[in-house]
Design a protein around this ligand. Sequence first.
Ligand SMILES: Cc1cc2nc3c(=O)[nH]c(=O)nc-3n(C[C@H](O)[C@H](O)[C@H](O)COP(=O)(O)OP(=O)(O)OC[C@H]3O[C@@H](n4cnc5c(N)ncnc54)[C@H](O)[C@@H]3O)c2cc1C
Length: 268
Amino acid sequence: MIEPRCTGELIEAVVLCEQYGLDYAVIGKGSNVLFGDETIETVLIRTVYLDAVQSLPDGRIRALCGVPLGRLAALSAREGFGGLCFAAGIPGTLGGAVFMNAGTSTGEMADVVESAEVLLPEKREIKTLFNQELSFSYRKSYLQDKNAILLSALLKLRSGFDPKLLFEEMRSSNRLRKANQPLEFPSAGSVFRKPDPDIAISKIVDELGLKGRRIGGAEVSKKHAGFIVNVGGATSADVRALIEEIQNTVEREKGFRPIPEIRFIPEV
Ligand SMILES: Cc1cc2nc3c(=O)[nH]c(=O)nc-3n(C[C@H](O)[C@H](O)[C@H](O)COP(=O)(O)OP(=O)(O)OC[C@H]3O[C@@H](n4cnc5c(N)ncnc54)[C@H](O)[C@@H]3O)c2cc1C
């Protein structure tokens, strides 16, 4: 595992992996990743030390890819910048969030990213891309399509808000999250993408009687059937087996196969 201390080191690590044909993955907090059980031959480049952030006077925030979303949300609230409250309870970094276009029912990264500095590893090129060029859609972005690395981003928020109200909004959304999501157990977040904006996979999983289904230490959460939680000693194989069982059951009963939102390292 490599943990770069500046974006120069991140670029160098990626370029070296490309040069020597090594399998590698850039990760943030790993909150959306299921790692394999076996020893992996993937160089992990973890960005959590790339955490410099600067607020600018006009509702903008510039941040490196490793800044935790919770910290970004708190900084924006302190400055009276609105638009980032949705991100307060998402346990990841800016890089993972832009890559995944992370969001909730009240907002997503696509709403707040003005531009992004990205590394295109195959071309060894650094580019600044504006919002439209980042091709954001539901839990998708240009970064996924092009295997691009987010180095930093400029966020455009709305200034002039009362910090107290912003903090209250974040607290209330975090209370809701705590009430509805199984935060007391480890998980990688929502397992599947919504097949349609109006269809929640958790409802279907529940309807099909899979809520609480357990394989080894992995369990379809009894609190929120969109999550698979580790209730003790779960292996990656347990989680994968449960994912496959859900996919097979939904396909048989509902005629479509749910697509995982979580990322697998190594890829499956
Ligand atoms: C309890 C819980 C609740 C969650 N709630 C939500 C939610 O409400 N909404 C939501 O959208 N997600 C949610 N998630 C999922 C996850 O937190 C988000 O997707 C988050 O943005 C991932 O950030 P990360 O830094 O942990 O990324 P990682 O998990 O480390 O990586 C995710 C993907 O992004 C890639 N990546 C990471 N950094 C970079 C970079 N700098 N450049 C290029 N690619 C990069 C990785 O290669 C990987 O493919 C939740 C997860 C958990 C565990």
